[in-house]
Structure formats: C-alpha cells, structure tokens
Design a protein around this ligand. Structure first.
Ligand SMILES: Nc1ncnc2c1ncn2[C@@H]1O[C@H](COP(=O)(O)OP(=O)(O)O)[C@@H](O)[C@H]1O
Ligand SMILES: [Mg+2]
Length: 239
C-alpha cells in the first residue's frame, strides 16, 4: 500500500538519521528490516506512521502523495504502529486496551474482533482484567500487537516485537505476524538479526546508519555480509 522514495528524515536539520531510503510495501506480505541499534529503524517506522516529517522524500499511499501526513491521517487509511517498548497504559486492563482501540471507520468489516484476538493470543484470555503493568513481557507484546490489529490495519508497523522475549514467546509472536498477510494485513517489522528476519520472510532490508538496502535474500548470507561489512567499517579497530 505504501511506496517510499528518497526519504531523508532526522531530528536535527543538518544530521539526517535516514538518507534517501526507498521501500516498496505494495505486496501484501511480511517485510523485514534488520539493523544495529541506532541505525534508524524506529525513525523509519515513526515517519511512516506520521510522527516525523521527511525532508525531503516522497511517500505514496495507493499512488497518492501523502508525504508528511499526520498520525491520524495514517491511522485513517489503516496504518497501525505496535511501538518498540510496548507503551501500554499501566492503569488500563487488557480488556480496556482492546475496547478503546476502535476499528477505523473506513474498514469496519475487516477488523479483528476481541474474540478473534483472544484466539490469536490465548495467553491474554485469562488476563483480561489485569492491568498493563501486571503482564509479563510476552503478554505485553501480545497486547501491543492485538491493540494495533483491533484498529483493522492494512499495514502493521511492528517495531522490535520480539525484543526481550523468551525464545518460545518470540516464536509465538513470529508465527502470528507471519500469518497476517493471509488476513490482508501487510507487515513491516524490525528485528534484531537476520535469523529472526528469516523466520518471518524470505527477503530482508538491511539498515546501516541511515542507509537502507534493497531487499536481499534472508537466508543466503547476503544480509549477514552487509551487516558485517558495516560493523567492520565502523569498529574502532578499523580506523
Ligand atoms: N527523539 C529523538 N531525538 C533526537 N535523536 C533521536 C531521537 N530518537 C532517536 N534519535 C537518534 O536517531 C538515531 C536512530 O535512532 P532509532 O531510529 O531509534 O534507531 P534504531 O531503532 O535502529 O535503534 C540514533 O542516533 C538516535 O540516538
Ligand atoms: Mg528502535
């Protein structure tokens, strides 16, 4: 649904975090981005969700120029962010989180019902009346994704959804994300390493200090090589 070209964005005018990034999210599929800490993964996702304004760059949504759109405009056409660090409301229960996340009015028919979300994440069923801060890290992550799915997204931006999770829980979350294209949801996910990307999709973009690669095969070593080359270039011993 989104096509991004030559996107440059940052927090200070003279020091862009991302430079001339190009990304094609027209396939209803899982698209993965892997890159070291500080490379700009969160910055990219926040830009697509309308929290940051690219200067310059072009973002097309269904062929329409939406560069610089605001979060409510992105949400209205079906872009949902499951943020890094989960950002739940500590004082709200699981049920309240799922109730206040309303489907966008334009796509009511494709919304996940709360019952469906509990089938997707059975671990939340017994936790409906617990507050955000009472949940385990895995349950918090499941709720973060469930809350985003409740809004009937066409594009789910999942920022480090397996960060800090035990391997079995990370595996469950990965399995859910992998299935979403079958429900018509495109996923853009950031992951910590190529192995995690390969569990989700065949191709991966490598993001290294502001430069986003074209999609490369996640399993043939090419992505690993791009990351390793970057680390060699930036490590102190290389100077
Ligand atoms: N709110 C902010 N203000 C200023 N700089 C920021 C802000 N958020 C992130 N940065 C900087 O932007 C760069 C990319 O950060 P980020 O997008 O969070 O990377 P990643 O998600 O890949 O770890 C880092 O150098 C980080 O310090
Ligand atoms: Mg990040």
């Amino acid at each position: 649904m989104l096509q991004v070209s030559d996107l440059t964005v940052g927090y200070h005018r003279d020091t862009p975090v991302l430079r001339e990034a190009c990304l094609d999210l027209t396939d209803v599929a899982v698209h993965a981005i892997v890159g070291p800490n500080g490379a700009g993964k969160t910055t990219l996702l926040h830009t697509l969700a309308g929290h940051l304004r690219p200067t310059p760059g072009v973002v097309l949504c269904d062929g329409r120029d939406v560069t610089g759109w605001r979060p409510h405009q992105a949400a209205r056409v079906g872009v949902a962010l499951a943020p890094q660090g989960r950002r739940l409301w500590p004082s709200l229960t699981v049920a309240e989180h799922l109730t206040i996340a309303q489907p966008t009015r334009q796509r009511p028919g494709s919304a996940f019902s709360i019952d469906e979300l509990l089938q997707v994440f059975p671990a939340l069923t017994g936790r409906l009346h617990h507050h955000g801060h009472q949940l385990s890290g895995g349950e918090q992550q499941m709720l973060t994704i469930a809350r985003a799915l409740r809004t009937a997204p066409r594009l789910l931006l999942a920022d480090e959804p397996t960060e800090g999770l035990a391997p079995t829980v990370a595996h469950q979350v990965t399995a859910v994300l992998r299935q979403l294209p079958q429900r018509g949801v495109t996923v853009l996910v950031t992951v910590p390493h190529v192995r995690a990307a390969a569990a989700l999709t065949d191709t991966v973009h490598v993001l290294t200090t502001g430069h986003l690669s074209r999609p490369v095969d996640a399993s043939d070593g090419q992505a690993e090589r791009l990351l390793r080359d970057h680390l060699t270039l930036t490590s102190p011993s290389a100077e």
